[in-house]
Write a protein that binds this ligand. Sequence first.
Ligand SMILES: [Fe+2]
Ligand SMILES: [Fe+2]
Length: 227
Amino acid sequence: MNEITSTGPPPKLAPAELKAEQARTLAAPRRRYAPAARILFALLDLLYGRPRTLSKFKVLEVVARVPYQAWEHVAYVAVTHRYSRPLFARRIFERVHESRDQQDNEQWHLLILEELVEASGKREGFLRFRVAPQALAFAYYHLSWLLYALKPRWSYELNADFEDHAEHEYALFVQENPEFEATPYDGMFAEEYGRFESVADLFRQIGHDERVHKLESLARMHEPRFT
Ligand SMILES: [Fe+2]
Ligand SMILES: [Fe+2]
């Protein structure tokens, strides 16, 4: 009971489970996205096109990490203010750990996408693929931070929309690209993130991670605030 509990990374699934979970995602309706989420998705379509591409997923992953960074920061500051109540501070610190785990998981997604884009030989423009994603991430960080400071539920809800969208987009990406089934994946980050028989299974796993992130945000929505 004395240890800081942490959710850890989402579970890695076997190939048959990955297929079953992808089918579950495809059969499930999307969440009713809030206006802020819809604006973000429309902006991504505008800047990177509607078709699902490796480059567009990479941008998605640049943005995906920042709510966890914002929450980690707010929770860390809260520990500083609440250390006179050790039990309460411990609970907040558990939240810091959880945000770090989720952030790390998104970081692997980003590095893997970067690796795949590079291997594909696609040339990406500096402004559209380096500067714009950073600007989007900057704005999204502050929005997540502000919503969290006002009412944590709003920030969790926005993140659940973002993760739900990512989960569905990855499931569709695999469905649209049957050649992924025959493309082996043994990338640079296999040691840390995992080995997969195919790129299809790699993306199914990433999509499942996004569902776990979504469920974690939804589970936090009704908890009392601590900041
Ligand atoms: Fe991700
Ligand atoms: Fe995610």
